[in-house]
Design a protein around this ligand. Sequence first.
Ligand SMILES: Cc1cc2nc3c(=O)[nH]c(=O)nc-3n(C[C@H](O)[C@H](O)[C@H](O)COP(=O)(O)OP(=O)(O)OC[C@H]3O[C@@H](n4cnc5c(N)ncnc54)[C@H](O)[C@@H]3O)c2cc1C
Length: 467
Amino acid sequence: MSDLVTSLTELLGPNGFVTGSQIGDKYSVDYTGENPHPPLAVARPRTTTELSAVLRACNTAAHPVVIQGGLTGLSGGATPRPGEIAVSLERMIGIIEVDTAGMTLTAWAGTPLQAIQDTAADAGCLFPLDFGARGSCHIGGAIATNAGGNQVIRFGMTRNLVLGLEAVLADGTVISSMNRMLKNNAGYDLKQLFVGTEGTLGVITRCVLRLYPLLPSRATALCALRSFEDVVDLLRLSRQRLAASLSAFEVMWAPYFDFVTDHVAGLESPFESDFPLYALIQIEGTDSESDTSQLESMLATAFESGTVEDAIVAQSEGQRAKIWAIRDGIGEITRVLTPYASLDVSLGLEQMPGFLRDIDTELKGAFPEVVILVFGHVGDNNLHVFITTRRHVDLERIHQIAYEITGRYEGSISAEHGIGQLKVGYLHYSRSTTERALMRRLKQALDPKGILNPGRVLDTQDPRPPG
Ligand SMILES: Cc1cc2nc3c(=O)[nH]c(=O)nc-3n(C[C@H](O)[C@H](O)[C@H](O)COP(=O)(O)OP(=O)(O)OC[C@H]3O[C@@H](n4cnc5c(N)ncnc54)[C@H](O)[C@@H]3O)c2cc1C
């Protein structure tokens, strides 16, 4: 071990390889705050060559490493386990190139998402990946977790926005696959090995991202509805009538909506009555007047058919911000709910009512005082379910019940936040034995000593597949 420390210190210098009391607290845990543990040391390479040398040395010594981006992850993936060396991408930062004809942006993996959005906007383009952690998360972390966010219904997840990337394997091999072309079917699409695999197969160092034309105007509505069937009808109508302009279709169930509007100052309900469900619809385009009239015309049809009970269309940026603040109010109320279980599940639309009914019945059966708040990117099949009894001791049982129900409805236990360490024990509810065995074979092929992010995504205790 001391040989490894000596060689990494020589390689990176004292500022690039930090040990002991010099290690800042931020490297101990991701955004979840769960199971914090300081890493043995932090390697902060500045170049792909340095990072490759770090991994080669750790692989030779068979020493486990945890890869760290902006540490905003919500699954414990970047949180160190005892004895791990953290490899932080925080010094591999910056925009390398913006190509406004080819509509690509090339960046180092440690670049914050917000810097990429801003650089694209300055060049008259849009990089459409967007979510609350934009200021602190790295683009490399967003790629590694295949992050979703607010505009998936229109632009897809991060996977759809990556044209090429460079990654370093566990043994230090650099795979440069910096494709800039929209079409490239020459053999396997190797970048997909690293998108959404949460740093278990390689470390992303650079990326080529896809840009879109800027969409300067938007129109936003908040609708009140009587039933989930009406929600599905409204989604169908929105898809037909708003077509590619539709950029958000978010749904809030009454307990969530009421909790936020009751507990967060300045966020009163804009409706005079209470309703079981609320849908936030947003379209983005190039002309404010025609966008608003397109949205209003769709809503008029929804009123006529009785799909929507009431609706408001934002008349100003302030009103739009208030509507989104209700949807994003979870950030304000988590303090009141803590400790809580936060599910990020995907389900077929037709499965959602049964799933939520079983969640309600079975959790209330086990914990009569449980509070369950639901909202989600329903247009993306994604529900966020916050569950609390306000007792930490109940969380494991809550997760067990909730993920078993998710599996029963053939849903995914992770729609967008990844498996990390926190959901490893539940992967079998969403992935079959053969799927997990194939994942293990890929892991074995690319990282035979298991040094990269061990215990994330796949359980290290599971038996290896035969052969
Ligand atoms: C307020 C808030 C809102 C969020 N909203 C959303 C949302 O709407 N949608 C959504 O999908 N997610 C959301 N997230 C979670 C989101 O997954 C992360 O914020 C982001 O994708 C992770 O980036 P990071 O750089 O912080 O990665 P980290 O947290 O540092 O790491 C996450 C995982 O990726 C690995 N990793 C990091 N960098 C690399 C790299 N360069 N190469 C290989 N592996 C790497 C880590 O080992 C770890 O397993 C939110 C988080 C917060 C805090």
